[in-house]
Design a protein around this ligand. Structure first.
Ligand code: NAD
Length: 347
């Protein structure tokens, strides 16, 4: 399916990956409707393109989402809207399940009702849990290590059964960790950049954890090609870098790029996750076979671009300005308070 000239809805389009995906879709000649409730995403992420996209404020749990899609003449949907920040799932497991699993179900059923031609569900490498073997292909065992991961796995499998039962043209993308400008949560890359901007001393969690990291531009180009790949309908497809780095190694690389010498790393217990994924390393062989995708941007190049963006943005991330409001929202609600901010790894 050719996307040029089509109308795509990007749920979660004001978020980190979503806002880069929107820019890339516009470059490809796609009309874009962003659908977001701005819980972690922000309008400022779309500032330079806001006149070229339609931005709708709304929740993926809205029972009238089908009407919204029909009224807007949506041809295809990228479903990114989610609660993705793992440390928050310890406090609000119900919310994570509602948005990530029931929300995805609502999006899929709305797509069916509105006659949407194709849907891409953003799943995550977290559904695999820690690597049993590397590189991890799509047949790797599914052993999620957090409520976030379980909720994403529920959505992932729901999408597959809806493809079979309802004949819905769904593609499931298992994205490995992504980094770049406009990150919306204090994952390891923005955390390291922020701490190293302020000094030589790093306070971290599980420094031995290893992650496969893809620069966000490469990741969204892959998602767009995947959406257009007819052979991928009903399939699960991994996207990732095919290499992994420990948090310690990342700290040294970023320190060098930011010209910091003799970095002192302290491990803080409060930053450790109850059950952490120790290692992720992606096999993107299937994506390469299906649509000739491979990542183009090296880790150092991507980190350099991210650091440049951070400096140009006045040394601030979106989540720093949003955190206060967010805390207010979830303290009114569910269970307790997370011990873990500035966590080790990512979704
Ligand atoms: N960042 C990664 O490394 C990574 C890796 C694998 C998968 N993913 C997946 O990619 C997607 C995007 O993640 P991200 O890192 O850009 O996170 P993000 O928090 O920046 O994006 C999520 C977006 O969804 C919106 N949203 C949240 N709840 C909503 C709701 N109920 N209704 C409408 N909008 C809602 C948020 O405001 C935000 O704009 C998520 O589905 C995530 O699980 C991310």
């Amino acid at each position: 399916m050719e996307l040029r000239g089509k109308k795509a809805m990007v749920t979660g389009g004001a978020g980190f990956i979503g806002s880069t995906l929107v820019r890339e879709l516009l470059k490809e000649g796609v009309e874009v409707v962003v659908y977001d409730n701005f819980v972690s995403g922000d309008r400022s992420n779309l500032k330079d393109v806001e006149n070229r996209v339609e931005i709708l404020e709304g929740d993926i749990l809205d029972p009238n989402l089908n009407d919204i899609m029909r009224q807007n003449g949506i041809d295809c949907v990228f479903n990114l809207a989610a609660e993705p920040y793992i440390p928050h799932c310890y406090d609000r497991p119900r919310k994570f399940f509602e948005v990530n699993a029931t929300g995805a179900l609502n999006v899929m059923l709305a797509c069916k009702d509105a006659g949407v031609q194709r849907v891409l569900q953003y799943s995550s490498s977290e559904v695999y849990g820690s690597a049993r073997y590397v590189p991890m292909d799509e047949h790797h065992p599914l052993r999620p290590c957090s409520t976030y991961a379980v909720s994403k796995l529920a959505a992932d499998r729901l999408c597959y059964s809806l493809y079979k039962e309802q004949n819905l043209p769904i593609i499931i993308l298992r994205q490995f960790n992504t980094y770049g400008p406009r990150e919306t949560h204090p994952y390891i890359i923005p955390e390291l950049i922020t701490q190293l901007d302020r000094g030589n001393r790093l306070k971290l969690g599980n420094v031995k954890a290893r992650r496969d990291l893809t620069y966000v531009d490469d990741a969204v180009k892959g998602a767009i090609e995947l959406m257009q790949c007819d052979k991928a309908v009903g399939e699960v497809v991994n996207l990732g870098q095919g290499r992994d780095w420990s948090v310690e190694e990342l700290a040294q690389i970023i320190a060098r790029l930011m010209e910091r010498q003799q970095v002192d790393i302290q491990v803080e217990k409060v930053r450790l996750r109850p059950l952490d994924v120790e290692r992720l390393n992606c096999s993107y062989f299937k994506a390469m076979t299906l649509f000739n995708w491979r990542p183009q941007i090296s880790l150092e190049e991507g980190l350099g671009r991210t650091i440049d963006w951070y400096r140009q943005n006045g040394g601030r991330w979106v989540w720093e300005t949003k955190m206060a409001t967010e805390e207010e929202v979830w303290h009114g609600g569910e269970e307790g308070k997370s011990p873990d901010h500035g966590g080790t790894s990512g979704p």
